[in-house]
Design a protein around this ligand. Structure first.
Ligand code: ADP
Ligand code: TRP
Length: 328
């Protein structure tokens, strides 16, 4: 039986946080453990280029993300880890998609509308972001894409683009049957779809409200002490909602309920317990990462092998695409 393909990616734009981990990266490792899929994990450096435009920073952040992947337990013996820029089929396929995707369609994307609302000057790369992401996914016949809620629309775009391509070039029907591209499904777990940050908004690098995934004890303490505690209005029943929402990630439900029941209004104790719980969870990851960081040659070798494996798959698909559009 052929295995289903599970693929995801993260941009190398800074240290990952516990929102990235519980929302997406944990699912990468869990999938690998179950072993039912062929796993492909990408470092989305060409997506990251929209944000990081400095060569030292880019190469450091890329290596860092490779280390992060390995440190959380992604094992190159069971998963392909590669860098997007090493597989030029991604940008080539994105161009082909560009010719069938319309501007009004891309203007409906949340990320574009958000950037526009902030009155930011938007690069063509940012505008086109969903097209490159569709290419990332569709090149590998991906069945499942584990991501957080904020990426759901991008998976829908990938499906739409696959359908449109199949329809135009392969005579596929509107259900996408009989075409070059498979339709991917997102994998999003509701309870971690949007992990809140220390201020109660979505945890995000851009909001400065994160708990870094490989944080030191001091950093954990600083982040937790910075969690905005509501003043315990009547509806909160003495339970600091923001602290509770983060704590839930690190303890099972019954445990946490009784902890918060017993310590109503005792914010200091609750935060201290949270620091302890987060540190217990992060410490082994932090240590594994520090160990791996001693051997950058190994990390580069993993990326080299990953790029060979990814290129092999992607170039086969690109051949199919080129035949379908009539340039081969
Ligand atoms: P950020 O928003 O911090 O820049 P990224 O865009 O690099 O994060 O996201 C990498 C992955 O982590 C994506 O799959 C994204 O959906 C997921 N993710 C990011 N923030 C959260 C969050 N707060 N809760 C759940 N998943 C998240
Ligand atoms: N857009 C994703 C993010 O911001 C990163 C990404 C790029 C990705 N290509 C992908 C995720 C393909 C899943 C599949 O987090």
């Amino acid at each position: 039986m052929t295995k289903k393909i599970l693929l995801s990616g993260v941009k190398p734009t800074g240290r990952p946080h516990v929102g990235n981990y519980f929302g997406a990266m944990k699912q990468f490792v869990d999938a690998q453990t179950v072993g039912h899929h062929e796993n492909i994990f990408m470092i989305a450096d060409y997506h990251g280029l929209n944000f990081i435009q400095n060569k030292e920073e880019m190469s450091q952040l890329t290596l860092d993300l490779a280390l992060d992947y390995l440190a959380i337990g992604i094992d190159p013996a069971h998963s392909v880890i590669f860098k997007q820029s090493d597989v030029s089929a991604h940008t080539e396929l994105a161009w082909i998609f560009d010719t069938i995707v319309t501007m009004p369609y891309l203007m409906r994307a949340h990320a574009f509308k958000d950037a526009e609302a902030k009155d930011k000057e938007i690069s063509v790369g940012t505008f086109n972001y969903p097209v490159l992401m569709a290419a990332d996914i569709l090149l590998y016949d991906t069945d499942i894409v584990p991501v957080g809620q904020d990426q759901k629309q991008h998976i829908e775009y990938a499906r739409d683009i696959a359908l449109k391509f199949n329809h135009i070039f392969c005579g596929g029907n509107e259900f996408g049957k009989g075409g070059v591209f498979k339709l991917p499904e997102p994998l999003i777990f509701e309870h971690v779809a949007t992990v809140p940050g220390t201020d109660g908004r979505k945890m995000s690098k851009s909001y400065n409200n994160t708990i870094p995934l490989f944080a030191t004890r001091e950093e954990i303490t600083k982040s937790v002490m910075g969690i905005v505690t509501d003043s315990g209005g009547p509806e909160s029943g003495g339970i600091p909602q923001n602290v509770y929402a983060i704590h839930k990630l690190f303890r099972n439900e019954s445990d946490i309920k009784s902890l918060y029941e017993q310590n109503k209004g005792k914010y200091k104790i609750l935060k201290e317990t949270l620091i302890e719980d987060i540190d217990t969870f992060i410490k082994p990851l932090r240590e594994r990462r520090a160990e791996l960081a001693k051997d950058p040659a190994y990390v580069l070798e993993v990326l080299k092998q990953g790029s060979e494996a990814a290129n092999k798959k992607a170039s086969e698909k690109l051949l199919e695409v080129k035949k379908a559009i009539g340039v081969l």
